[in-house]
Design a protein around this ligand. Structure first.
Ligand code: NAD
Length: 428
């Protein structure tokens, strides 16, 4: 099939290489000319493990190309909308990119003769596709959904840091369909995947994505709360989580107590779900508590540093890890940003290091933060070291010899760490 993918970020580019790798002809459309140029040269504009190799081989064998021009949509059968819905200045979802993408695709459909399906992969709150995206497509195309074109919501569940692998091996595929014809067209793309394919309504598909993200976030905030209690009682929360996880009703994943969740999805999606519930007349207390817990958790690292070394005014603190998780350069809503803001407010000088996220972090952090070329350089001479992201290279004990270490991610074994450093774990 011929496919167009609008928006070539973490979701769009991983989706595009996944589809191209399955033998489809894919054109990636992005309004950022620098990204388009990089992709056409076989390079990835973002860091995700394995992504650049896939881009390079798909561009090389002619199954993938990038374009700035929405006109290229006309020559395809299905368009995936994968533009961003995150904005740092917006608490919940930002619809600017989605509306502009729908206008762009609709404009092309106004001149296209054959049938075309639009698959919304961007995460949008229940009701958005029917109330915002379809009317925008209809207005721009002069056609009616179900007659001139088909629509599905096909939410993406990938984990950043493993996006290529997740797109190739999803746990399930959700297709919220406007009508049977649209659903069938998109299901045909996924037929060879040995996983459940759920065909449902558009609004249910939107809700499945939100509910899934809220559940994962709830697991994290829950275990962080248990961890905070365990620390006060002298119990190791990792022993507790490990034993809880043997129960298949609970599961071990997302029970790593630590500095909390970040990224462009979980915080934004839960905020949006709280607002959606509020507009429908329901106060979502559990969802609010997940967010409150997550706002406070990273602050604990700065407070622990203060307790360990005294007043932070004039002290130097090394922050290891800036991306919101390992394996990606994404710093959107990363706990590191909150930790650093808190350290600066307390008068500390911050020296930061991350293996891949420094360029992105530089764009959002204050000029006073000094970026280092290696973890060793950041740690050298620092009064205190705070680990915020669990990159493998931070798991080396010799890095921390003689240092005060605040571990937000359990990179060190707390049973050994006391032998070579002054060790403090966030929840253990
Ligand atoms: P992103 O910000 O990394 O990428 C968005 C891309 O769209 C950018 O390359 C941008 O230049 C491009 N763009 C913006 N407006 C455009 C327009 N009008 N026309 C063409 N291109 C345009 O976003 P992302 O992280 O890939 O997320 C995309 C969507 O998928 C969001 O709704 C997000 O919530 C959802 N999602 C993200 C993840 C994730 O882990 N990042 C996982 C699942 C779902």
């Amino acid at each position: 099939m011929k496919i167009s993918v609008i928006g070539n970020g973490y979701v769009g580019l991983a989706t595009a290489v996944g589809l191209a790798g399955n033998g489809h002809q894919v054109v990636c459309i992005d309004n950022d000319p620098a990204k388009v140029d990089l992709i056409n040269r076989g390079r990835s504009p973002i860091y995700e493990k394995g992504l650049e190799d896939c881009v390079s081989s798909c561009v090389g064998n002619g199954t993938l190309k990038a374009s700035k021009d929405y006109k290229d949509v006309a020559d395809t059968d299905i368009t995936f909308i994968c533009v961003g819905t995150y904005s740092p200045s917006c608490n919940g979802t930002d619809f600017t990119q989605i509306k502009s993408a729908a206008r762009g695709v609709g404009g092309v459909l106004s001149k296209k003769k054959g049938y075309h399906v639009i698959a919304v992969k961007s995460t949008v709150a229940p009701g958005t596709t029917e109330k915002v995206i379809i009317p925008t497509l209809e207005k721009a195309s002069g056609k009616k959904a179900g007659k001139g074109f088909g629509v599905v919501v096909n939410p993406e569940f990938l984990e950043e840091g493993k996006s290529v692998d997740c797109v190739r091996n999803p746990y399930r595929i959700i297709i919220g369909e406007y009508d049977k014809r649209s659903g069938e067209a998109v299901e045909s793309l996924y037929r060879d995947f040995p996983v459940p394919i759920v065909r449902t309504t558009i609004a249910a598909a939107e809700m499945i994505k939100y509910a899934s993200n809220a559940f994962l976030a709830a697991k994290i905030s829950f275990i962080n709360e248990i961890g905070n209690i365990c620390k006060k009682l002298g119990i190791d929360v990792y022993d507790v989580a490990g034993a809880m996880g043997y129960d298949p009703r609970i599961g071990r994943r997302f029970l790593n107590a630590g500095a909390g969740f970040g990224g462009s999805c979980l915080p934004k999606d839960i905020e949006e779900l709280v607002d959606t519930a509020g507009r429908a007349g329901y106060e979502a207390g559990i969802l609010r508590a997940i967010l409150d817990m997550n706002r406070e958790q990273p602050q604990r690292l700065a407070e622990m540093a203060e307790s360990a070394v005294g007043d932070l005014q004039g002290k130097t603190v090394a922050v290891l890890g800036l991306s919101f998780k390992p394996g990606t350069d994404d710093v959107r809503d990363a706990p590191s940003l909150k930790v650093i803001a808190s350290l600066l407010e307390k008068g500390a000088s911050v020296r930061a290091y991350d293996p891949v996220a420094v360029d992105n972090a530089r764009m959002v952090l204050p000029k006073s933060v000094k970026f280092c070329a290696s973890a060793a350089q950041a740690v050298k001479g620092a009064d205190c070291v705070i680990v915020v992201t669990e990159w493998d290279e931070f798991k080396v004990e010799s890095l921390y010899n003689g240092k005060v270490v605040i571990d937000g991610r359990r990179v060190l074994d707390p049973r050994r760490a006391g032998k070579f450093c002054d060790y403090h774990g966030i929840c253990w």
